[in-house]
Ligand binder design. Sequence first.
Ligand code: NAD
Ligand code: DAU
Length: 327
Amino acid sequence: MTGGAGFIGSNFVHHVIGNTDHSVIVLDKLTYAGNAASLAGLPEDRVRLVQGDIADSALVDELFGQVDAVVHYAAESHNDNSLHDPRPFLDTNIVGTYTLLEAARKHDKRFHHISTDEVYGDLELDDPARFTESTPYNPSSPYSSTKAGSDLLVRAWVRSFGVKATISNCSNNYGPYQHVEKFIPRQITNVLRGIRPKLYGKGENVRDWIHADDHSSAVLTILDKGVIGETYLIGADGEKDNKTVVELILAVTGNPTDAYDHVTDRPGHDMRYAIDSTKLRTELGWTPRYQDFEAGLKATIDWYRENEHWWAPAKDGVEAFYASKGQ
Ligand code: NAD
Ligand code: DAU
């Protein structure tokens, strides 16, 4: 797999080790977003971390020869960074995915591509519609446009070269091991440090939250039963506006629910994402386990409270970066 030292990738490694007999080779560049500590404690005879770039074709070729299947999580993943410096997003999300697809083609290996609901653009707050597998692509940011491009590469390599690939597009994940640059961990760690949470604009934007462990079980289901060439949307009916999430974090930690600041909005800020995961549920029989967002959020807050050593080294730099942009 790629990107296994990142947030969702490391949750996937923990899920695979805890729930299957498989062993995993993780190819990860260990960028600012990757952290070998997220894989600490896992059995060394079943998890091997190789530090390297998915755009390094010689390394990728060597590793493809050693595995049965590849799940591709590695990406530059943060919208705010993509507005500041888009280049690494093109290198990793486009050229990196191309490099992996060429290896999947050469070695004839099963390939699963992890993508995002952001490829579909956004929905209005009062729109009853949700994204489905047939919603037209309409990405907004440099991040989401490179993810859309990578999805289209996968589709082309299936059709033109017979690569045995599937794609999943998931909504916003939360859970342990998420970098403090992202919304939920940023606000949790702000509260734990006595800093007021920062809400972009009015805080009306809606995200469709799913626990990272449910994302992992969905990916294993697709690897097991998915139809080659198909796309599956992954979501757990978790729509919440940002203001509600911040108020919940404040309430759960015993703070006044209005103790947050409104800050400069994100340029081009997508208003709402919402996933219709009927295809995955009915055709492949998947269901999410974490249906209670408040309980999942409380467990996530506890994890950050107990694992300050994991997130503290990145916190000051992230806050300085946001402060420089009025956020
Ligand atoms: P993350 O930023 O936490 O982790 C990304 C990982 O990829 C890091 O470990 C990093 O070191 C690694 N990486 C980056 N560039 C690399 C390169 N060139 N070569 C090898 N490794 C490299 O990201 P995440 O939030 O865990 O997202 C993982 C995947 O899931 C991404 O493809 C993202 O688009 C997708 N996704 C994320 C979400 C979400 O809510 N976070 C939702 C849907 C889909
Ligand atoms: O929808 C899936 C996507 O979810 C993934 O593809 C991305 O990799 C992942 O980062 C996430 O993208 P978002 O842009 O939705 O996530 P982020 O955590 O950056 O922001 C969530 C919402 O919170 C968004 O509306 C912006 C807002 N926000 C974010 C930060 C960091 C704030 O209000 N304040 C903040 O400090």
